[in-house]
Every structure is written in structure tokens, then in C-alpha cells.
Design a protein around this ligand. Sequence first.
Ligand code: G6P
Length: 364
Amino acid sequence: ETATKGGYEHFMYKEINEQPGALRRTTQGRLNTHTGGVELDEFPPGTFADVEQIHLVAMGTSHHAGMYAASLLNARGIPAFAFMSGEYSVVKPPVTPNTLVIAVSQSGETADTLDAVRRARAAGAKTLAVTNVVGSSMTRECDDELLLRAGPEIGVAATKTFSSQVTALALLSERISEDITGVRSSDARNLMEALARLPGDVQEILDTSTAREIAIEYEESDAYFFIGRGPAHPVALEGALKFKEISYEHAEGFAASELKHGPLALVTPITPVFAIFTGHEDEATLSNMKEVQARGAPVIAVTSDRSSEVVEFADHVLSIPETHPEIAGILANVQLQLVAYHAANLLERPIDKPRNLAKCVTVE
Ligand code: G6P
């Protein structure tokens, strides 16, 4: 086991550190920074021309990637909805033959997600698996597949696969949008260039992060909250999920806009709040940040902005390189993975195998 951990104390930490390589493989040969084009061998141009709406079905971390992708698709004017796959068969959202159902699953084996795929197919939808595992059940049961190529992930807490899922889904969103509208967006080249820089940007975070100091500073806290808007909302949920599952501390993520509608009642001087800024109505998130500070809560801002009011008012800053706003959430999430890891490590938790949890849930 020591050998496969490659000198790292935990698989999770190894996998966090493997992200630059994983992301390079996820994008390899799939983007063109000169033309701004997405080049997916699996999906020649025009493949998605008839798609009218998209449902993203997934659980856990993969659901957060699905939510992230829904926001990227909605921003392109494409009706897209993210569902927890466990709810999909209960809620039964209507599907048509022009509905594309994207199953997002690291393992390709999660029972609830497989069930959602079967329901969608039976109702006549097209299905596409976005997965890390070649030959998994999801790839066999869906019409098409897009592989993450992130490499094996052993830690129960998903890390590199989330980054690769969002990256693959960003490529797919751009391709789907181009197919539906028949034109390449004027911003596509900027996005492709940012995706090409992503491995280096993640490496910069791994080399410079102060996440461990934050974890030490707030080790004695009561609870940990995470807030964000737009694509930073699923990142807030993912930051909290990672934190709670490996540290066993109370952690919750919220849409920043939700704060006033309940969560603010929980905020005290011993509940640090991680505020995620990705260029999506940052002004509003700044005012939420001030609201929690007025209740005494320390704020850790995750931002690429080095000169704004955010930096001036935050108690701490976890810095991310400046990038395209659509993928800034991937970078913010890497900082939050590191915070969760160091917090759990200080508490000496069994990081790779948290109690009561499994890497792959094959029962409903
Ligand atoms: C379990 C794992 C999570 C994962 C979820 C969905 O809960 O512990 O890390 O996000 O299942 O798994 P999948 O393989 O479908 O992505």
C-alpha cells in the first residue's frame, strides 16, 4: 500500500496532488486554443444539434459537478437541470426524445445513477455517461460515453475526479452549445486557453496554498460554512461535503443568497465562513461576507482578486490564479480540498476510509 501511495501519507493527498496530470489527460487532444474549438472524437460536430434540454443525474461529489455543468449550460441559453439521481426516479421529471440525460459518475456503478439512466432510456431520452471507469456499467447502459482519464482514485473522498468532471463537462457544454446554435461563441477561445492553463494553475495552488495554516487556526471551531453564487454554489456544497466526510466536523454549504433565509441564525464567532468568489455577482457575495462578519464570524475568502474590497475585509485569503470565470470554481475547490485534508489530518481521522462511507454505493 505504501508503494502505491507514492510517498504520500494518504491516497487523498496523493490524488489532490495528481490533479495537474489528471487535468492534462482530461483535456488532451480535446481542445484547440487556436480556433477555440472542442474536438471530441466521440462526438463529431453536429452530434448534439437536436438537443432541447439536458438533465444531469448524479450523486455526491458527482452531483456537484452536475450542478456546476447545469450553470455552464444555462449560461449558454440551454435548458439544463441537475438532479440527485436518487430523486430522479421519484420526481420523474418529464423527458422527450430530444432530452439528453448526462449521467455523471466517477465509478460508473452508483446504483441510483444507473437507475436514473434506465428510467431515462425507457422514457425515450438519449443518455451519455461521463465517467472515469472504462467498461463500467454506466458506459454499457448509456448510448454514449465521455471518459475522464483522471486515473484510478482510491480515496473515498473524490478529489481529482471532481476537477476532471467539471473540466470534461465544460468541454461538453461548449460543444453542445456550438452544435445547437450552429455558431462558436466569441468567448470559446478564452475558455479553451484557460482550460489549457488549468493544470499549471492547479500546480501553482498546490505549491503555494496556505490551507494548512487556515486549518490550524480554526481547528477548535463549532462548525464550518461555505457560501458561493452561480458555479461557486456547487463548489460551496462540495467544500462542505469534503470537510464533513473526512473531518467529521459539522460543515454546510449554501448558496450565498440563501444565508438570510435561515443559515445566518447559525453564524457565530466560532463558525468560520469560506466565501468563494468566482466573478459571479461578487459584490453581492461581498455583502454576505460583511453580514457574517457583523455576527463575529471569521471569513476566509477564496478569490483571485488581490486588490479588491474582498481582500481588504476578509480575515484570510486563499488565493487562486486569475482565470476564466467559468472554471475559477475548479481552482477554488482545490483550495477547499486542501483545507479539508489538513483539518482532518490534524484531527488524525482515517482520511482515506471515513467511517460509514463507501467509495462506490451499489445499493439504493
Ligand atoms: C459515494 C462516494 C462519493 C461519490 C458518490 C457518487 O458517496 O463516497 O465520493 O461522489 O458515491 O459516486 P460516483 O462513482 O457515481 O461518482
